[in-house]
Every structure is written in structure tokens, then in C-alpha cells.
Design a protein around this ligand. Structure first.
Ligand code: UDP
Ligand code: MG
Length: 317
């Protein structure tokens, strides 16, 4: 029988986890043609998440967990899950039931019967989200699709079922600065999109605020596009052209009308503008440099402190 690995990143999800477990086991019971593995990634939670996972793994053989030494972020948790999953198919799912497990049978059928390599989900509405955030989100998707070849779909969630082949392709991208929404699109393969209405999280709180999302979007751009660097060069060329024209005007004017010394305020303004643009462009270069710096260190994406295996071994001693 084929196996589906369900990967669930968890960060302070003590309220949501029991409800999630109940839901996912219900769905697993319906799907009789496959076996399951539930792989929870405890991303350095400070609440009782780890306790809950320990208990689940002793009461249910299908439950495995990897517990990080600290909070490494959802991207790292997803990577760890993909790396440790043993299933023929792998699905990424949030613990807060915003990714409805009930869609799973439909997703599985699309892969097995319709021959897709992956089935991804996108939410069609942004109900329950501040309008300003929706606006920036839309802008982000528009911009990144123009300037990169990562093919990122508006409203796409990380909720996605994939074949082993696609998982291996994703794992072959060993970059430290991970932006999964881009990576999924970049590796290619046939993806079917399922749309659904936005669901509010069942319990607990979101770990994102506007500022975090904004920085995350910049990371996505730096990770999947070098267009900002081109923009910096274009600024340089544009300003050279403007300077050249200004010089010509001044030379001609001086020859025709003499040299009335005036205009230091405009000079000051130009200085501010030009040095502002210079700093801006240096900032762009700095972004890429800092990412390159982190990449060259080849640090591990996550560090494991405990798994259900290590716990069992300790228990036996
Ligand atoms: N998450 C994580 N590490 C983090 C932040 C979040 O593993 O540092 C997990 C979290 O437990 C949840 C999923 O990522 O299962 C999505 O997080 P959240 O619901 O806060 O994000 P949102 O759905 O609001 O985008
Ligand atoms: Mg959520």
C-alpha cells in the first residue's frame, strides 16, 4: 500500500493540535487505499506542544515528530518535514486547520487518477484580513510574477500534496534562505490548483504581523529575482544622462549669458536626491550581499533536539 506523509509545522499550537489530530485521523480513516504517517515538526514551541506530540506518538504508531532546538521558522520546519518524510506522497498542512484536511481525498485522487505531480490550494477570498494587508499582498504577487520566473500564484497556500519525485526535486534545492512559495513554482511539474474560501484558524494566534509579512515578501523577491540589481544600474545610467544634459545646458548658458552665480538651493536639493538614490541602490546590493553571505556559511537549516526515535531509545536505557 502507498503511504502519505502529512507534515505539520507547529509553533505554540497546544490549543489547535488536539483538534487537528482529531480531524486528520477522521480523514485518514476515510481513505482506505493508503496508509498514513503524521510527521509533526515542533519549531521550538514554548508551550505544551512537545508534550502533546510525545503523548500522541506513544498512543498512535503513525505519529512521528521532530523537535527543534529553538524556533527556526516555518520554512525550516517544512524543509525538515520534507527531508524526514518517508511517504510516497507528501502533504504540507498547517496545524490550525486553515488548511482543511477534508480536501485531502480530492487532492489524492487528482494525483493518482488525473496524473498530476502535485495538487496545491489557493484561497479565493481574503475574508477576515485587514484591507491594507490584502492590498499589499496583491501588489507583491503582481510584482514578483513580473520580475521572477518562480510563478507564484496569488493566494497560494503552502497546503500541497506532492509526489515523491517532486519532493526530491525540492530537497535538491538546498538553499539556506528558503522561500517555499517560490521553490514550489520554480521546480516546475504539473500542478492542479484547488480554490477554497478562506478559513479562520480554529484556536491560538497567528504568528504573522504586517511588518513580518513585509520583510518576508522582500526576502521572496531577493531569493527569486535579480531585477532590483538591474534597477540600481538603470538608476545609475539615468542619472548620468541627466547630468550630461545639465552640463550641456550650463555650458551653453554660460557662453551665451556669462556666469551669474546663483542656485545653491537647487544644488543642495540635487545633492540630497542623488545621495539618497545612491544609498538606496547600495541598500539593494547590500540585500543580495547579505543573502550571499548567509548562503556561503552553509549553516544547517534546522537543528534537531528530539524525535520520537531518540525518546524511545532513551526510555529503554
Ligand atoms: N509556524 C511554525 N514556525 C513559526 C511560525 C509558524 O512552524 O515560526 C507554523 C504554525 O504553527 C502553523 C503554520 O506555521 O502551523 C502557519 O502559521 P500561522 O497560522 O501563524 O500563519 P498564518 O496561517 O496566519 O499565515
Ligand atoms: Mg494559520
Amino acid at each position: 500500500m502507498e503511504k502519505i506523509s502529512v507534515i505539520v509545522p507547529c509553533y505554540n499550537e497546544q490549543e489547535a493540535l488536539p483538534i487537528f489530530y482529531e480531524e486528520i485521523t477522521k480523514v485518514a480513516k476515510q481513505m482506505k487505499k493508503v496508509t498514513f504517517e503524521f510527521l509533526f515538526i515542533n519549531d521550538g514551541s514554548k508551550d505544551a506542544t512537545l508534550e502533546i506530540l510525545r503523548n500522541l506518538s506513544t498512543s498512535d504508531d503513525r505519529v512521528r515528530y521532530v523537535s527543534f532546538s529553538r524556533n527556526f521558522g516555518k520554512e525550516a520546519a517544512m524543509y525538515a518535514g520534507l527531508e524526514q518524510a518517508t511517504g510516497d506522497y507528501v502533504v504540507l498542512m498547517d496545524a490550525d486547520l486553515q488548511d482543511p484536511p477534508a480536501l485531502l481525498p480530492k487532492m489524492y485522487d487528482a494525483i493518482v487518477e488525473e496524473g498530476y505531480d502535485s495538487v496545491a490550494t489557493r484561497r479565493v477570498s481574503r475574508v477576515g484580513e485587514p484591507p491594507i494587508r490584502s492590498f499589499f499582498a496583491r501588489m507583491f504577487y503582481k510584482i514578483i510574477n513580473k520580475i521572477s520566473n518562480a510563478d507564484i500564484v496569488d493566494g497560494a497556500r503552502d497546503y500541497r500534496l506532492m509526489t515523491r519525485q517532486m519532493v526530491d526535486a525540492i530537497l535538491s534545492m538546498g538553499e539556506y534562505n528558503r522561500f517555499s512559495k517560490g521553490i514550489f513554482g520554480w521546480v516546475g511539474f504539473q500542478t492542479k490548483w484547488l480554490a477554497y474560501e478562506n478559513v479562520e484558524r480554529v484556536a491560538g494566534e497567528t504568528k504573522w504581523n504586517f511588518w513580518k509579512l513585509f520583510l518576508y515578501s522582500l526576502e521572496g523577491i531577493v531569493a527569486f529575482s535579480t531585477v532590483p540589481l538591474t534597477i540600481a544600474s538603470l538608476f545609475g545610467i539615468l542619472f548620468c544622462v541627466i547630468a550630461f544634459i545639465l552640463i550641456m545646458i550650463i555650458v551653453v548658458r554660460t557662453l551665451l549669458f556669462g556666469d551669474p552665480t546663483s542656485g545653491w538651493p537647487s544644488l543642495a536639493c540635487i545633492l540630497f536626491l542623488v545621495s539618497g538614490i545612491q544609498l538606496f541602490c547600495m541598500g539593494i546590493i547590500g540585500q543580495y550581499l547579505s543573502k550571499t553571505y548567509l548562503e556561503t556559511k552553509k549553516r544547517p537549516i534546522y537543528i534537531t533536539k528530539e524525535t520520537e526515535q531518540t525518546r524511545k531509545r532513551k526510555g529503554k536505557k
